[in-house]
Write a protein that binds this ligand. Sequence first.
Ligand code: SF4
Ligand code: SF4
Length: 95
Amino acid sequence: MLANYGYKDGSGEYYITIDSDKCNGCGQCVEVCPGKVLAVGEDQNDPLSDDDVAYVVDEERKKIKYTCGPCKPASNRPELPCVAACEPEAIVHSW
Ligand code: SF4
Ligand code: SF4
């Protein structure tokens, strides 16, 4: 199941999508996230599941454009740390 966390404003759409079918709850993305945007816990979008999955913490959902800004690709930083750390490719950023 795809879970979208984020918002859109006048400048664009800012969403982090986590695919709970791919996420194995390993926590690697949490380890490498400098902004403390990500956490792992019970799947809030699927009450029937006991599996832990990654999600975006409540307090960051309305400001990921800013919190994630320093991670965005640059010549010396080709990939986002969270995306690079996720072996099953469960995380996608919309911008
Ligand atoms: S690194 Fe990928 S598989 Fe591991 S918890 Fe994060 S989203 Fe899930
Ligand atoms: S882009 Fe950076 S701050 Fe944003 S979720 Fe990924 S690792 Fe965390």
